[in-house]
Design a protein around this ligand. Structure first.
Ligand code: HAM
Length: 432
């Protein structure tokens, strides 16, 4: 019956998949700690208007929005940045700057389900708030680079651009912001011809159209060459030139700091979200067309939410897509080998002793299962094997009388009789 299936676009995560999601989340949280980002938890449900402001037409259309029983227009969050900006504009208004915040959790977009695109997905999200020094943009990129490295990707690269380039051209051409947003959205979707047609319909000068076209063509791996060409292309548009200089400065800083990653600079790069004002970037790996993470600078959003004028930059690596990329690149989870013990009582009367032993071992931080199905020892042993246990402890009457149990090393297929007093030590000894 259909109510026993997950809702379209929603997924169950069985243990192996849940482990991967939590693994990436763990690495992302460790990284937050290493870079001085404090974790915050914001609600999954927010006012629709907060989430809608400055996101994008696409996101606005695809929000899970509804009226709650109190008649409030609310929505499931499609991203974290709006919630963080709300915090900074309100409860964290007086927090000392810079503020470095980390959050992670599930997000919701009514996207068409396909490979790497889900209706419920996870992000790790880092926001660096209160400074527009290029060092802050650099830190966010460095941190993303560090995450990719720590997850063990063999190859990855950043696509980098600057929102100020296209906005600089369009502003000077007198294109209204709403129209600009629609053009950016089409560019984000790689629908370049439609974007240019829309630009033409917005009464841009012939020179403007030529510059836009050339800007879209200006891209490549040689950073200084691309930036030089881009600067020549947009020379008539002061704000666009300033944007390229800012981008150059950030990339120069990363290079001088010896932060190494592959880059493709695209002068005509646009991201769908409307709040971006400065550098924008996305993370990619080979064989996956979709971005594993994206971010950029947004200097006006907090002000728009009633806060002080507060520059900010951030990034959101997509946890689900990082997991997909790890699978694709056959990157294994770096989980340290752990002992896992199954305690089996030979007969019914000894089951409480098995439970007692399990508590002692857990005190020594050894993960323990107790045979709970009332199975005979041989069956219980094959079950322990199937569950990946490293050891089995067999509690039998004879040994117990002498304060001992049988310890089986299931990997080495060896067994010995050990004193209960030294059981945890004996188990730990096996893995050194
Ligand atoms: P975004 O590019 O919309 O940016 O999303 C960031 C990442 O979330 C994407 O690169 C992707 O990995 C993942 N993602 C997005 N939509 C889906 C989906 N439907 N299914 C699976 N994964 C998805 C933001 O959300 C901005 N808030 C990032 C940011 C933070 N900018 C500044 N601070």
């Amino acid at each position: 019956m259909s109510q026993f299936k997950t809702v379209r676009g929603m997924r169950d995560f069985l243990p192996k998949d849940a482990e991967k999601i939590r693994y990436v989340e763990k690495i992302a949280r460790e990284l937050a700690h290493l870079y001085g980002y404090e974790e915050v938890i914001t609600p999954v449900l927010e006012h629709y208007n907060l989430l809608a402001a400055k996101s994008s037409e696409e996101i606005r259309e695809r929000m899970y929005a509804f009226k709650d029983l109190g008649g409030r227009r609310v929505a499931l969050r499609p991203e974290f940045t709006a919630s963080i900006a709300r915090l900074i504009a309100t409860k964290m208004r007086n927090a000392p700057k810079p503020m470095k915040l980390f959050c992670t959790g599930s997000l919701y977009r009514y996207d068409e389900p396909q490979y790497g695109r889900f209706r419920e997905f996870w992000q790790a999200n880092y926001e660096l708030i209160g400074s527009n020094e290029p060092e802050t943009d650099m830190e966010i990129i460095t941190l993303t680079n560090d995450l990719a490295r720590r997850l063990g990707f063999r190859r990855y690269w950043f696509k980098i651009g600057h929102m100020g380039i296209l906005r600089g051209i369009l502003n000077q051409e007198g294109v209204a912001e709403g129209q600009q947003n629609l053009i950016m959205q089409l560019l984000d979707k790689k629908r370049w011809d439609e974007a240019l047609t829309l630009a033409k319909e917005s009464n841009i000068s012939q020179n403007g159209i030529t510059v836009l076209k050339k800007t879209l063509e200006t891209k490549g791996k040689d950073v200084s060459q691309v930036l030089k060409t881009a600067k020549r292309v947009v020379a008539d548009y002061d704000d666009a030139v300033a944007a390229i200089e800012n981008l150059g400065k950030i990339l120069e800083l990363t290079e001088k700091s010896n932060v190494k990653f592959e880059t493709i600079v695209e002068a005509g790069f646009a991201r769908g979200l409307e709040y971006y004002t400065g550098i924008i970037f996305e993370l990619y790996v080979p064989d996956l067309e979709i971005a594993l993470g994206g971010g950029g600078r947004y200097d006006k959003l907090i002000e728009l939410f009633g806060g002080e004028q507060t520059p900010a930059v951030g990034v959101a690596p997509g946890i689900d897509r990082l997991v997909l990329a790890m699978d694709k690149q056959k990157v294994s989870l770096k989980i340290s080998e752990e002992n896992k013990v199954m305690i089996i009582a030979v007969d019914e009367e000894l089951r409480t002793k098995a439970v007692e032993l399990s508590l002692t071992l857990r005190k020594a931080k050894i993960p323990v299962d107790v045979e709970l199905m009332g199975r005979a020892v041989s069956k219980a042993l094959s079950d322990a094997d199937r569950r990946g246990a490293t050891h089995a402890v067999i509690v039998g009457t004879k040994e117990l009388k002498e304060g001992k149990v049988v310890l089986k090393d299931l990997k080495k297929r060896e067994q010995r009789i050990v004193e209960i007093k030294t059981l945890s030590k004996e188990i730990l000894k096996d893995t050194g």
